[in-house]
Design a protein around this ligand. Structure first.
Ligand code: IPD
Length: 265
């Protein structure tokens, strides 16, 4: 591992651990919605804002020349060429309701490539991590995707956006898929869903409309565990469509999603 990757991993692990403990131990019993974003159900809590501040303050101390892109508005350019992509709580609705499936997602990118990804899932007692070319790990154990099952035996994770029109179309896609796969799961944290593909707890995952902070770290972790990730056939993974699965199943799911027009609203 290069010195840069090792340093970025160390910083990402420390930042995610600090934010994870803060969120797990400091969740107010009367936590409410501080603001809404793209729709009335797209919420921000005071803890999303405080977690992003904790992480960006830590990064500013440890890597002052890096850029930052955070879900709750952090945006600095930096001069080092390294950019941090942060979701201070991925799965905010789960966190708001006291459900355990939420995470802190932190990735470091350079020259358009993700070098390091860390996803901390404190309520699971697990942290997932990967360094480009270095494999993927849960805590300190290496992880590997589950071998691809036939399409009709796949357990497929997905998620829904916050806009009603998009959700209506996403529901149509799910309606078509459910009868032809083992089952569908909607966990509520895209970062955890991608890590669950890496861990073999899901066979596959797809979602339309994610943002870089939702997928940057989980995408690298899934790939380093042996998954293929991408968007529409021939396209890289993006906000348009995010697909992750082991080779074989990946292409089958990608083609089926293309037939179903899963990339549009
Ligand atoms: C959301 C979660 C959810 C996914 C949504 C995301 P947030 O992120 O990852 O699983 O379905 O599309 O926006 O808002 O909790 O950070």
């Amino acid at each position: 591992m290069t010195d840069l990757k090792a340093e970025l991993l160390d910083v990402a692990l420390e930042a995610a651990a600090r934010a994870g403990v803060f969120l797990r131990d400091g969740r107010p019993a009367d936590l409410g919605v501080a603001a809404t974003k793209t729709s009335a159900v797209d919420v921000v809590t005071e803890m999303d804002i405080a977690s992003e501040k904790l992480i960006t303050d830590f990064l500013a101390e440890r890597r002052p020349d890096d850029g930052v892109l955070g879900e709750e508005g952090a945006a600095t350019e930096g001069t080092s060429g390294v950019e941090w992509v942060i979701d201070p709580i991925d799965g905010t609705v789960n966190y708001l309701y006291g459900r355990p499936e939420w995470s802190v997602s932190i990735a470091a990118r350079k020259d358009g490539e993700t070098l390091v990804g860390v996803v901390a899932a404190p309520m699971r007692g697990e942290t997932y991590r990967a360094v480009l070319g270095g494999g993927a790990f849960v805590n300190d154990e290496p992880v590997r995707v589950r071998p691809a099952p036939p399409f009709e035996q796949a357990l497929v994770g997905t998620g829904f956006g916050y806009l009603a029109q998009r959700r209506a179309h996403q529901a149509e896609v799910v309606r078509e898929l459910v009868p032809s796969v083992r089952d569908i799961r909607r966990g509520g944290s895209a970062a955890i869903d991608l890590c669950d593909v890496a861990l073999g707890r899901l066979d596959a995952y797809y979602e339309r409309g994610l943002n870089p902070w939702d997928f940057a770290a989980g995408d690298l972790i899934a790939r380093e565990a042996g998954a293929r990730t991408g968007g529409r056939p021939g396209d890289a993974l993006s906000g348009e469509l995010t697909v992750a699965a082991p080779p074989g199943l990946f292409e089958a799911l990608q083609n089926r999603l293309e037939e179903l027009g899963a990339w549009h609203d």
